[in-house]
Design a protein around this ligand. Structure first.
Ligand code: HEC
Length: 152
């Protein structure tokens, strides 16, 4: 092999090495729907994930929503929407702020369920027996909890 064979061969090997190295790097944490699931490994299974501060009072809509929430959602999302590790995420969490999960995302979640994408707790099944109006009250409740916790 002449000197040029060595140079070209070396460049090809270096190129393959760089591409391989890049492929092995962890994906950067991204905004949006392909983000890395938050790390909950230090929280006991079944424990709340967020420490939720409660508003002094709830509006009438939110009070109604709390009732629907407690009968249809809290078994998974936990008391005060604080989440339950290993079961379902806290809805009082920056991920679910209005600009990232609109009220319509809540309607869709209740109607058709959710394929697991932000967390590693499995899919959410559709929730039976709620009208859109009922879910609107639930959203009012969750938004008031979110606002009290600085999530707008
Ligand atoms: C059987 C357990 C279970 C029940 C009941 C449940 N959820 Fe969920 N929910 C989950 C899980 C698990 C996820 C997380 C999916 C993921 O990894 O992103 C989730 C995600 C969500 C999301 C995020 C949707 C998105 O687009 O990312 C919303 C909003 C939500 N739930 C609202 C509700 C509401 C409102 C109720 C009650 C009407 C409810 N959930 C009842 C398990 C549940």
């Amino acid at each position: 092999m002449n000197i040029w064979g060595l140079v070209v061969g070396g460049a090809v090997v270096a190129g393959v090495a760089v591409v391989g190295w890049q492929a092995l790097q962890p994906a950067p944490a991204q905004q949006g729907h392909s983000m890395v699931p938050p790390d909950t490994s230090k929280i006991a299974m079944g424990d709340p994930i967020e420490n939720v501060r409660l508003p002094g009072r709830l509006s009438e809509s939110a009070t109604l929503g709390k009732r629907f929430y407690e009968s249809k959602c809290s078994a998974c999302h936990g008391e005060n929407a604080a989440g339950q590790n290993g079961v379902a995420p806290p809805l009082v969490h920056k991920i679910y702020e209005p600009s990232h999960h609109s009220d319509e995302a809540f309607q869709r979640a209740a109607q058709v369920g959710v394929r697991s994408h932000h967390w590693r707790f499995g899919d959410m099944p559709p929730v039976e027996g709620l009208t859109r109006a009922d879910v609107k009250y639930i959203v009012a409740y969750v938004r008031e909890l979110q606002r009290e916790n600085g999530i707008n």
